[in-house]
Design a protein around this ligand. Structure first.
Ligand SMILES: CC(C)(COP(=O)(O)OP(=O)(O)OC[C@H]1O[C@@H](n2cnc3c(N)ncnc32)[C@H](O)[C@@H]1OP(=O)(O)O)[C@@H](O)C(=O)NCCC(=O)NCCS
Length: 218
């Protein structure tokens, strides 16, 4: 079993690291968070029901629940950059660890858990491009993170998907504050946050590596 490098200061990514690398659950029965759910909510984007949650699209990307059908593509898409940013480099997730992560993702959707992980897909082909995640807390805030597989970076996909995720979380999960912690040299991720309307706040140096706190209040 791979042990994650906990030295990285990606607070926003810790749940992701634990699920994907350890395959263990963390605080998944947060009932306070579950009560935050508000049914309904309007959309000015394409919306369709899916098996697990809502599917949203702006015509270029489609954001819906990550499912076991995505395991192979998700595993194949992981690269060194993703492993570095999420803290487990030089190790790589095994396919079984990805499967465990995705199965837990499905359970979180089914049971309205605090971790909501979306697949980011091409609206045109349905191909898996990456993912994004919100971890809800009981105070209407959520820590968020995102990833795009290397072949699809630099096309604006993460920015589009994060905007959709934010809309979903505001309208359906009653989230009001989104927080992302991003390493200063991760210009692409800072760009995503900027494009999605996050404000870049202070440098947090309490972890082993400094991270810029980003916030979006809706
Ligand atoms: C961060 C990541 C998700 C960005 O995905 P992406 O789809 O390539 O991002 P976008 O295309 O939406 O680009 C967002 C902005 O960053 C800019 N950008 C993208 N890559 C860049 C790079 N390598 N250097 C500088 N700026 C970059 C884009 O130009 C865009 O800004 P603009 O709209 O002002 O031109 C992707 O690089 C990734 O998966 N990295 C590994 C995992 C990771 O770091 N996750 C975030 C952890 S905090």
């Amino acid at each position: 079993m791979i042990t994650p490098q906990w030295t990285i200061a990606h607070k926003v990514s810790l749940h992701f690291v634990r699920y994907i690398v350890d395959g263990v659950g963390v605080d998944i029965d947060n009932r306070e968070t579950t009560r935050l759910r508000i049914p309904g909510g309007g959309w000015d984007v394409k919306e369709a029901d899916s098996e697990l949650g809502t599917s949203l699209s702006d015509g270029v990307v489609l954001v819906d629940a990550l499912t076991v059908r995505d395991v192979d593509a998700h595993w194949a898409g992981e690269d060194e950059e993703q492993a570095r940013r999420f803290g487990w480099y030089p190790r790589r997730s095994t396919i079984e660890q990805v499967r465990t992560f995705v199965l837990e993702t499905e359970r979180q959707w089914r049971e309205s858990g605090p971790r909501r992980t979306w697949a980011i897909r091409s609206a045109l082909t349905g191909a898996l491009l990456g993912g994004c995640e919100a971890r809800l807390s009981g105070d209407r805030s959520a820590d968020v993170s995102w990833w795009i597989f290397p072949a699809h970076r630099g096309c604006g996909f993460a920015s589009r998907a994060v905007r959709l995720m934010v809309r979903y979380a505001v309208d359906t999960l009653a989230v009001r504050r989104f927080v992302a912690f991003i390493e200063p040299d991760n210009l692409a991720s800072r760009g995503v946050a900027r494009n999605a309307g996050f404000a870049e706040l202070e440098l947090d140096t309490t972890g082993d590596r400094p991270v810029l706190r980003h916030e979006l209040v809706c």
